[in-house]
Design a protein around this ligand. Sequence first.
Ligand code: AGP
Length: 662
Amino acid sequence: MCGIVAFTGNKDAVPVLLGGLFRLEYRGYDSAGIALQNICAAPANTIPAGDLQAGRAQAAQTQPAHQPQPGGSQAVGHPPLHIIKRVGKVAELRKALEDAHLSGAFYTGIGHTRWATHGAPSEANAHPHCDCSQTIAVVHNGIIENYAQLRQELQGAGHRFVSQTDTEVVAHLIEQEYQVAPGKLMQAVRRTVARLSGSFALAICHSAHPGQLVVTRNDSPLALGTCPDGAIAASDTPALIEHTRQVYYLNDRDLAVLHQNGHIEFFDPAGTPSTPTAVTIEWDLEDAQRGGYADFMLKEISEQPRVIKDTLAGRLDASQGRLLFEELALSHQELAAADRVVIVACGTSYHAGLIGKDLIETWARLPVEVEVSSEFRYRNPLLTPQSLVIAISQSGETADTLEAVKLARRAGAHVIALTNVVGSRITMEANEVILIKAHLEIAVAATKSFLAQVALLTLLAMHLARQRGQACDKQVLDLYRHMQQLPIQISEILANTTSIERCAQECSHAQTALFIGRGVGATTCYEGALKLKEISYLHAEAFAAGEIKHGPIALINPDGLADPAAQTPVIAVACKSATYDKMLANIEEMLARGAKVIALATVGDARISELTPHVIFIPETPECLSPILASVPLQLFARFIAVARGANVDQPRNLAKSVTVE
Ligand code: AGP
C-alpha cells in the first residue's frame, strides 16, 4: 500500500523522509523513491558541509534527464531536482542515496513507497514521477480513474511518458497548467486537481519554488502539520508523529502550501484561503500504525468501504455498458469458447470462490466447479484447453493453491490468478493476474481481502456474462449502481455495532455455535463460522439451512427450552432473498428446539423481530450483493467474541497469514 512523506524545513530533509518511509514499511510496498530540491535556503549555520556541485553531478547519474518538450516548463536558473528510486526496500533507497553522495544539504523533498497498481514494480514505475523537463516531481497514493484519457490527451500535446502509471499524468498536467500561469504552482496544481477523477493524495515540489511543497487529497488520507524545524505532510500518522502531534486534515480537493519556515497556507478547491482546525494526535507510535484501532483486524474491517470503492474504480465504461478488465488478454472468442470454469482456493478465498460460482453460473450460464486446492492438486481433474481456471489467493503464496495452478497449466488450462500481492508467486505461475484492491492485510483473519475478492468476482461474473452475450448494458449498469452504494452501506453497519456487540456478549460463553443460510447466504455462513472459530476458538459450524434436518439439528441443546443459559446459538442469515420464507421456517424449527437464534436481516423486516429478539439489521441490497454486507457484522461478531474470550485477535494460535507449506 502506497505511502507519502513530504518535508520542508531548516534541516536536512533526507533523514526525515527516509525515517517516515521506514515508519510506513508495515503497510507493504514494492519500491520506494525520493525527490529532493537541490536548494538550501536555510540559515548558513544550519547547512551541513558538503560539495553541492559534486552532489549534483553524481545525482544526475541516478536518473537520466528527460528531453524537455517544446514549450516545457524548464525552471531556468534553478538547480534540477534529484530523483532516486529503487525497487525493493527503503533500505535499498537509503543505500542508493548514500552512494549518490548528495552532501546532505537538501531541505525540501518528497518520498514515497509504492504498492503497484498500474504497471509492474520497477524503477520507471516507482514514484516520484516528473513532467517532461523534470522540474516538477509528484508522489501519489490512490488511483486516477481517468488517467488513460488524460494520458492520450497529453501525449497528443507532445508530452512524453516514461512509466505505465496513472500518476505520471498528474506531473504532465501540472506542467501544462504551469505554462498557462508561470510562477503560480498552487494554481497549477489546483487546476490539475479539478481535472482528476478517482482517489488521490498528492505531494508536489517544483525546482523553481525552493522550500515549498504543495499537497492535496481526495478520498485518500493525508495529514500535515508544522514541526519545530519546518512543515511535514504524510499519508499516515506514523510518519508524522515524531515531528508533530498537531495535525491538519484536508477536505477533499483542498490544497495546502508548506513553507520552509513551517508556515502552511490552506486553500479550498476554488483557491480561496481557508483555516482548518488542528487536531491533536494522542496515539503512541504503535497505536498510530494501527491507526488508533485496538487491533489490525478491526482496522482492516473498518477499511472495507474504501476497499470496495477501490475495487469499483475504473472498472466501468458507462458509455458502452461494459465492465473493464483490461488485464485479461483473453479474446471475446476465447471467452465464448470456454466450456467451464474451475475455481481453486483455500480457506476464506475458497468461500469467495463459492460466491463467484453462484454468480457466474447465474449470469454467464457457464458451469463452475469450486474446489479446495489441497484436494484438487491430488486428483486427476477434468481440464481442457477450454477450461478457465480462477485461482484465488490473498497472499499469492499459498502452497496448495500454487500447486493447483501448476497442475492446471500442465493440463493446458488458462489460469487467471486473483491476488492481493503484486509480485507474489502466483503472479508468476498464472497466465493472467487480476489484483484485488484490499491493500496490505496484516491480521491473520482475512476480512477486507474477502470483501475485495467477492466484489471483484461479482464484477468478473457480470463481465463474463456480457462477453458471452448473456447480459445487456442495463444489467451491467444496474449492478454497478447497486455496488456503488456498498461503501456507504458498509459505513452504516460500522457506525452502529451495538446490536452486534450485544449478540456477541450473549454467545461468548457458548461451547458451539451454528450458522445457517440458503444460497449465497449459506456461503456467507461458511465464512462467518470460519472467522469465529479461527479467532475466538469457539467451535462453529455452518450449514445450508435445508440440511439441518438431515443431522445438524441434533446439536441443539434441548435444555435451552427451559434455561436460556443453555441455549445453543444459531446465527441465521435471513436477508431478503428468493428463499426468505424458507429461512423463516428453518428459524422456527431451531427456536422450537431451544436454540438462541441471532438473525441477520434486512432493515425494516418486521416479521423477523416477531420470531427472535436478537436481530442484526443490514441495509437493503440485491441478493447477489448480500454476502458483501452480511459478512461485515459476522466479522465484527467474531471479533467481539474473541475479545470477550481474551484471545489474540490478530495472531490466533497455530495459524499463519500465508500458508506456504502443505
Ligand atoms: C482466513 O481468515 C484464513 N486466514 C485462511 O483461511 C486463508 O484465507 C487461507 O489460508 C488462504 O490464504 P490465501 O488467500 O492467502 O491463499
